[in-house]
Design a protein around this ligand. Structure first.
Ligand code: UDP
Ligand code: MG
Length: 316
């Protein structure tokens, strides 16, 4: 059996030696399995590709390097790794040792029991409190409105059978939330709880802007609820205005009410309607822009170069 380990890397040269020795520790204990570590270099500006090429190869663990032409983002890099993975099972893990390689043993056990998808579920996280709060809110909001819910506190760390990995790699969509796509495909899935440590070296490669972008991709790419919400908002504001207008008319005509009073409420209504209009237009804009970029049909990533450790082709 060949198992691919897909590892997206952006400026991770200081983490690579430690990651490699942990991986060798795990793989050497599974001598009847061949492993290929597929490193996807997502436009690093340090010597990450050089550090990968320098990794010592022996035993049943080899490396493959897929160098992208620039930074395409974490989820695009994972997709590139999936497309280049040859294994019967594909494991996804980050290079910063936040995804403990030792869990691969558990993942493979479950794979052999017939699970197509095995994913890690974070029992705790080491990120700052505000970020943990944002993650927790995002996943709960996502699940409240998404077409298909995703397991809470599960990231990309996990295993997929070859058929699931190929299915997801072939999906042409640009808004790629791999954990959402993984949940969407179905098959037999299971979550395994684990303690998520902090980063081994360096700081997160995600900017706040990138995280917000990712959250929007998730919410608008996997749900029709926002657009329904704008319909609901528009209809309810229209309805409320109608009732207000009707009651004013009846008051003026039959009960001698004074229609000139109530400037404040008019002003408020104007602002409210204007605001609701803008929100609705922006929501429509989100979907239109996504359809526009999808319609261009550009590739999700571009490969500049690939390399493989010098030992001959791995046994399949
Ligand atoms: N990464 C990547 N491209 C990016 C951002 C991150 O390939 O644009 C890689 C990064 O090198 C790491 C993994 O994706 O191996 C997860 O990134 P990070 O640890 O920065 O994310 P966090 O754990 O903070 O969510
Ligand atoms: Mg990390």
């Amino acid at each position: 059996m060949l198992v691919s380990l897909v590892i997206p890397v952006l400026n991770e040269s200081e983490n690579l030696p430690a990651l490699w020795s942990r991986l060798r520790g795990v793989t050497s204990g599974l001598s009847d399995v061949e492993f290929e570590a597929v490193f996807v270099d997502d436009g690093s500006t340090d010597d990450t590709p050089g550090s990968i090429r320098a990794l010592p190869v022996d035993g049943n663990l080899q490396w493959v390097l897929v160098q992208l032409s620039r930074n395409f983002g974490h989820q695009a890099a994972i997709t590139a790794g999936m497309q280049h993975a040859c294994g019967d099972a594909v494991v996804f893990l980050d290079a910063d040792l936040q995804d403990p390689p030792e869990l691969i043993v558990d993942f493979l056990d479950h794979f052999q029991q017939g699970y197509d998808v095995v994913y890690g579920v974070r029992k705790n996280r080491k990120e700052p409190l505000w970020l943990r709060f944002c993650f927790a809110s995002f996943y709960r909001l996502f699940n409240a409105i998404a077409e298909r819910p995703i397991p809470l506190d599960a990231g990309d760390f996990g295993l997929m059978s070859k058929r699931v990995a190929k299915l997801i790699a072939q999906m042409p969509e640009r808004d790629r939330l791999i954990r959402g796509m993984r949940s969407w495909v179905g098959f037999k899935q299971i979550g395994i709880p684990y303690d998520r440590p902090g980063r081994y070296a360096g700081t997160t490669r995600y900017s706040v802007a990138r995280r917000i972008e990712g959250a929007f991709d998730g919410l608008f790419g996997y749900s029709k609820v926002p657009i329904r919400l704008s319909l609901f908002l528009g209809a309810s504001v229209f309805g409320m205005c109608g009732i207000y207008l009707l009651s004013t008319l009846i008051g003026t005509l039959f009960f001698k009410g004074d229609p000139e009073r109530g400037w404040t409420s008019l002003l408020l209504l104007g602002f409210m309607l204007g605001g609701a209009n803008l929100v609705a237009t922006a929501i429509v804009g989100e979907y239109v822009s996504r359809a526009y970029f999808q319609g261009k049909n550009r590739p999700i990533f571009i490969v500049a170069e690939t390399a493989r450790s010098s030992r001959t082709e791995p046994a399949r």
